[in-house]
Design a protein around this ligand. Sequence first.
Ligand code: SF4
Length: 351
Amino acid sequence: MNRDLIETLRTAISGESEKPITLMEVCGSHTMAISRFGIRSLLPETIRLISGPGCPVCVTEITYIDYAIALSRQPATVVLSYGDLVRVPGSHSSLERERAGGADVRIVYSPMQALETARENPDKEVVFCGIGFETTTPGSAVLIKSAAEKNIGNLSILGAHKTMKPAMSALLESGTAIDGYICPGHVSVITGMGMYRELCNEYPIACTVTGFEAEEILVGILSLVRSIQNGGDPVQNAYPRVVREEGNPKARSLVAEVFEPSDAFWRGLGSIKGSGLAVRREYETFDAYERFGLEVEEGVEPKGCRCGEVLRGVCTPAECPLFGNRCVPGDPVGACMVSSEGSCAAWYNYS
Ligand code: SF4
C-alpha cells in the first residue's frame, strides 16, 4: 500500500468534496475491500458510502436454495456448488446440513469440475449450482456447450445467473438516493463501459469503474466526486489496465449462444425484468429446472434478518438487531453474513 499516495488522494477528495453525496459500490469484492482498507474512515463526512447488491451469493433468492436442497434429496444425485452457497440458510435447512445428513453435496472451484464429476459418475445425476453475474456466466456457458458437444447425458445446471445493469436501474427507480456508482471491476471486464453509458443516459447518475486496491478505490471515489460536483463525462474508467471500453465481446457472444434474458428474483430487490439469464431451449436438457421439474414452495426469509434492506443500501449491517449477536460468520442467520463478499461479514470482520 502506498501511504503517500493514499494521503494525497484523501486530501484531494476532502478538498473537492463540497455538498453531501452518496456513493454505492455494486460489487462484493469492493464491499470487502472498502471495509478491509478502512476507506470510510478516510473520507470526509460529506461522502456516504453504501453497499449494494453485488454479492452473488447474497442476492440469490431463498427459493433457489430450497430447490438446490430438494435436488440434493433426490436419489443418486450429486449437487455441486461453490463453497459460500453451501452455507446459505434455506427456509428449513442448508446444503451444508443436507451434506452432514448424508446428501452428496460437493464444493467445486470451477464449473468444468462438474463435467469431470459427471463423467466419473455415469450412474448419477450431477447438478451444478450456477450463480453469479457477468463474470461467472461465461464459465457456465462453456460447461453447457462442452456437455452438449461431448454428449454428457447426466449433467445439468441449476442456474441463477444475473446481469448487473437491470439491478442498478431498479435501485435508481426504487428511489434509493444514489449520486454515483463505484462500478464492479470484474463484471466490467466482460461488459465493457457501454452499459454505464446507457445507465447515465437514462438516469442522473455518475459511474466510475475501478480496481480493488485502496489507492484504486480512492481514485474511483475522487473521479466520482469530480463528475458529480463539476459535471463533465459521468462515465469514467479508473481501471484501464484491466477493463477495456468494449469489454470481452467473445465471452458475451458465448453467453448469448447458451442463455437468453429472463426475469429474475433478487433477494431484497424482488423480481427485476430482464435481469436473469435462462438456459436457451436448444440446451434445455442441461437445465435442472426442466430436467427435474420439482415443485418447491416459495421460500421464507429468516425472521428478523434485514439482508434485503442491506442489499438495497437502505440500512447498514449494524442496524440489524441480529448483527453480531444471533448472527455471526460462524453461525450466520442470513446470506450477507455467510458470503466472504457479504456486507454483514465485511462489517463484522473489519468495522
Ligand atoms: S446481520 Fe445477519 S440477520 Fe442481520 S441482515 Fe446481516 S445477515 Fe441478515
